[in-house]
Design a binder for this molecule. Structure first.
Ligand code: ZN
Ligand code: ZN
Length: 200
């Protein structure tokens, strides 16, 4: 199965440019905080906001200069009920119930008032709740996902199996790893990208 760039969109996007693929130079790119992929430019997508260009290009440049080799055979773990959509396969976005959309919470001690960022929505004011009109991006609507606490080891890098799924059956998949930075680099036909490994 070929790689679908839509599978590299953020399940819980914090920024507008994480909601859809975008164009940068001669490539179309999709990125999350944990992975990035590029494919040859697809004109249906919009250019990236210019203030983001250097940061994204720097991520893409890290893919170069590695010795790639064929992906070793891996065994995927058991699927478990999806925690993001409660196994409904769908989600909706709502104002964060913890901070009521403020992005921070308030608490006071005898000496000070504090406004720490809301941990429920990570300061983003919105949260994703089960059920609704949108396909769950964590399980891709299947209602089940992999336990991210059971990473798969590939050449010394431990990867969340959910991040591996979009590339696991790509033809001619090649990988390279960097154990120091816990990075898994991949290439498959004209797609290439990086998946961040877990620091155990
Ligand atoms: Zn789900
Ligand atoms: Zn919040």
């Amino acid at each position: 199965m070929n790689i679908n760039i839509q599978d590299f969109l953020e399940p819980e996007p914090l920024h507008e440019w994480q909601r859809a693929p975008f164009n940068l130079g001669s490539r179309t790119v999709a990125t999350t905080p944990w992975a990035i992929i590029s494919i040859p430019k697809d004109d249906q997508y919009e250019p990236l906001e210019s203030h983001m260009e250097n940061a994204v290009q720097a991520q893409l440049d890290k893919i170069k200069n590695h010795k790639f080799k064929p992906m070793p055979a891996i065994e995927m773990p058991e699927l478990i009920d999806c925690t993001l959509c409660d196994s409904t396969g769908t989600t909706h976005i709502a104002r964060c119930s913890e901070c009521h959309g403020a992005g921070y919470v308030e608490f006071a001690t005898t000496f000070n008032d504090y406004n720490p960022a809301c941990l429920t929505c990570k300061g983003q004011c919105m949260e994703i709740l089960p059920g609704g009109d949108e396909t769950c991006q964590l399980c891709r609507g299947k209602g089940a996902s992999f336990n991210e606490k059971t990473p798969i080891e590939i050449e010394g890098v431990h990867v969340n199996p959910n991040l591996l799924l979009p590339i696991s059956s790509a033809p001619n998949l090649q990988i390279a790893t960097d154990k120091e930075t816990h990075m898994l680099f991949f290439k498959a036909s004209d797609a290439e990208g990086v998946i961040a490994g877990m620091k155990l």
